[in-house]
Design a protein around this ligand. Structure first.
Ligand code: AMP
Length: 397
């Protein structure tokens, strides 16, 4: 059984073909600049040389055809017949409050993805385009939508409601939805099995710290709170996003700089975070290097990032009335041992003790707390593609 996992952006398409017998990646790749001049496909078959195709990709349908050609190619391919692909799993950003689980795509599902264009204006149209392109290229093949918002649908009202007039929730569905759900689901699930926690009696905090970042509080495998909101702008300080901010700042900047609300939100999404604070970069490694060289703004940006993570962890411990495990994942969470150690130092009030040797491991699931630590701390590399493939297989088997 082989599952093709597709993640479409407005001008990109990432894919992985996963053999579900041993959950190994047969090939992965990326189509870039779809609909823009200079488009190319980079195909990486496992155990074979990388293969680059530079050709026009006017739309996602052409991109999907090129991906299939690459997968079937005599030299660079990994399958002989498209029938070897059991089904296709699509990452879809937003399902609003409509779906709390993945679902086989039909006309109703497509209508819901469309209804949520408002809530995910950059991603949902591209995700739907990807689904339709796959339907056209592989008629009759089952397509499954795996939503970024689904895992967070178990949040109680007290966690997801904003304290604004109720009519806006009723009229426009304005509430906290949360994102990175596929990652939070994968990592919290792994934390329970790898960390040998009781699935029916466990309190876990997942820290997904990458270019985008979010935390989730997970009780007995179910999300009870998360830091992103109606959009991914809420919560942590991120690569380019401000995270939590006094909404009055929007009006203030708009008035002072003679900008529209849209323009200010663009600044909060794309020019803020550690990029905006440091003036150096949105990349944590660049900002870390600048801080090490004595750049004060870069230092403050990283300190503020860390401070916000520590505050969110504290609030989720309070929300859950305790915590059994804290898990780090994504680019920064998986790779930056100093950041992990410094965050955990501020959590000594929870009886957390870190094993420096274990904390220096990389690229694998590892418990980084000492055996006598009151809370288990782990690093679990996220694998959203594998989670999408597993969800897809479960629905089409
Ligand atoms: P992601 O969005 O999960 O791919 O994470 C990307 C972020 O992880 C980038 O800002 C990288 O700078 C950061 N990152 C990757 N490796 C490291 C590392 N060794 N130390 C600090 N940050 C890292």
């Amino acid at each position: 059984m082989k599952i093709l996992v597709i993640n479409c952006g407005s001008s990109s398409l990432k894919y992985q073909l996963i053999d579900m017998q041993n959950e190994s990646v047969l090939a992965k790749g990326l189509c870039e600049r779809i609909g823009i001049e200079g488009s190319k496909l980079t195909h990486k078959p496992t155990g074979k040389d990388e293969y680059v195709v530079t050709t026009d990709m006017p739309n996602h349908e052409v991109a999907v055809k090129l991906v299939l050609d690459a997968l079937l190619d005599k030299t660079h391919g990994v399958i002989e017949n498209v029938d070897e692909i059991t089904a296709v799993g699509h990452r879809v950003l937003h399902a609003g409050a409509k779906y709390s689980a993945s679902i086989v795509v039909n006309d109703d599902v497509k209508a819901v993805i469309k209804e949520c264009f408002d809530l995910g204006p950059l991603h949902n149209p591209a995700n739907l385009t990807g689904i339709e392109a796959c339907e056209a290229a592989m008629p009759g093949k089952k397509q499954v939508a795996v939503f970024d918002t689904a895992f967070h649908q178990t949040m109680p009202e007290k966690a997801f409601m904003y304290a604004i007039p109720y009519e806006y929730y009723e009229k426009y569905n304005i509430r906290k939805y949360g994102f990175h759900g596929t990652s939070h689901a994968f990592v919290s699930n792994e934390a329970i099995s790898f960390g040998k926690l009781d699935p029916n009696n466990s309190k876990v905090i997942v820290c997904h710290l990458g270019n985008g970042g979010s935390l989730s509080a997970v009780v007995n495998g179910k999300c009870v709170d998360t830091s992103m909101g109606l959009t991914p702008l809420e919560g942590l300080i991120m690569g380019t996003r401000s995270g939590d901010i006094d909404p009055a700042v929007v009006q203030f900047i708009a008035n002072k700089e003679n900008k529209s609300v849209d323009e200010v939100l663009n600044i909060l999404n794309k020019k803020s975070g550690i990029l905006g604070m440091s003036g150096v970069s949105s990349d944590f490694r660049d900002v870390g290097k600048a801080a090490a060289e004595g750049n004060h703004k870069a230092e403050v940006a990283l300190e503020a990032f860390k401070y916000r993570v520590i505050k969110y962890i504290g609030s989720y411990v309070a929300a859950m009335n305790g915590v059994d495990a804290i898990v780090f994942t994504a680019g920064v969470g998986e790779n930056d041992k100093n950041m992990r150690a410094e965050i955990c130092e501020s959590l000594s009030y929870l009886g957390i003790k870190i094993d420096a040797e274990a904390n220096s491991h990389r690229g694998e699931e590892v418990v980084i707390s000492t055996p006598d630590s009151k809370v288990k701390v782990m690093v679990i590399p996220t694998n959203e593609e594998l989670r999408i493939a597993r969800e897809t297989l479960a629905l089409v088997k």
